[in-house]
Design a protein around this ligand. Structure first.
Ligand SMILES: *[C@@H]1O[C@H](CO)[C@@H](O)[C@H](O)[C@H]1NC(C)=O
Ligand SMILES: *[C@@H]1O[C@H](CO)[C@@H](O)[C@H](O)[C@H]1NC(C)=O
Ligand SMILES: *[C@@H]1O[C@H](CO)[C@@H](O)[C@H](O)[C@H]1NC(C)=O
Ligand SMILES: *[C@@H]1O[C@H](CO)[C@@H](O)[C@H](O)[C@H]1NC(C)=O
Ligand SMILES: *[C@@H]1O[C@H](CO)[C@@H](O)[C@H](O)[C@H]1NC(C)=O
Length: 212
């Protein structure tokens, strides 16, 4: 379903809904984040953990671990999902992933936990996933528990002088595992905006929520 939307609402997102303090926030978790390479020859098959550099509580970094099972009772493997209930994609809640749920979040205060957000460089289409950097990346889970992201607009469809149409039907699965200088030089969770990854070490992956 497409509806015409005033351009003033451009940029509405789950994260914005939070900072506007519109409503109560729901939380699900903990669950583990399983990752599997999409290419038949990909060796990526394991879980994501988060970690801190010594003495620094934010940002938290994300590490790919080639394990058959998540470590039960180890908080590094524990992930949460916060959502407002105000935004859906094809009937699935849109919110954001979160770790370290009792940590003082950098923003928005007084919320607890470190939301997952992406950090971009001027010369790459690869966003590096980090926790507790002040923003939150829209995400949710489909019927197969695969993690998607959404956008309300697609600038590839824009025309001069014609305000774009809002859509709640733009879902994306662009997760990757890439070698990145993020904390340590490690394989970490990434998001490819469009096209082929600029970083040649990236492999597209499915990111799934699984029970412990
Ligand atoms: C998988 O195969 C493709 C096509 O042959 C190749 O380009 C790619 O580098 C391979 N990936 C890995 C991780 O071996
Ligand atoms: C928890 O998992 C992390 C990541 O694999 C590991 O570095 C750490 O030693 C584990 N902690 C415990 C108490 O096992
Ligand atoms: C978290 O923030 C609150 C309010 O600013 C403060 O009272 C509390 O000491 C902080 N807790 C930690 C563990 O830093
Ligand atoms: C996540 O949701 C929980 C439960 O409502 C809440 O205590 C916490 O502050 C929320 N954190 C963020 C960053 O939204
Ligand atoms: C998806 O994850 C939820 C929460 O962990 C679980 O209750 C549900 O059974 C899972 N569904 C599938 C299809 O794996």
């Amino acid at each position: 379903m497409k509806i015409q939307f005033p351009t003033i609402l451009l940029g509405l997102s789950a994260a914005r809904a939070v900072s506007a303090q519109i409503t109560e926030i729901h939380q699900e978790g903990p669950f583990a984040l399983r990752v599997k390479g999409q290419a038949p020859n990909s060796s990526i098959n394991g879980y994501f953990t988060w970690y801190n550099l010594k003495g620094v509580s934010a940002p938290s970094f994300i590490s790919y671990e080639p394990l058959s099972y998540p470590m039960i009772g180890n908080s590094s493997f524990e992930w949460y999902f916060n959502y407002t209930g105000l935004i859906q994609y094809r009937g699935h809640e849109v919110g954001y992933l979160l770790a370290n749920p009792t940590a003082n979040t950098t923003t928005p205060s007084p919320y607890r936990g470190q939301p997952l957000d992406l950090s971009y460089k001027p010369n790459s289409n690869v966003g590096i996933a980090l926790l507790g950097i002040g923003g939150a990346f829209d995400a949710g889970f489909d019927a197969d528990n695969k993690t998607f992201s959404t956008s309300e607009f697609d600038d590839a469809t824009y025309l001069p002088g014609v305000p774009p149409e809002y859509s709640e039907d733009l879902g994306y699965y662009r997760w990757a595992v890439c070698w990145e200088l993020s904390g340590y030089y490690r394989q970490t969770l990434s998001w490819i905006t469009v096209g082929e990854p600029h970083n040649p070490t990236c492999e597209f992956v499915d990111l799934m929520r699984v029970k412990f």
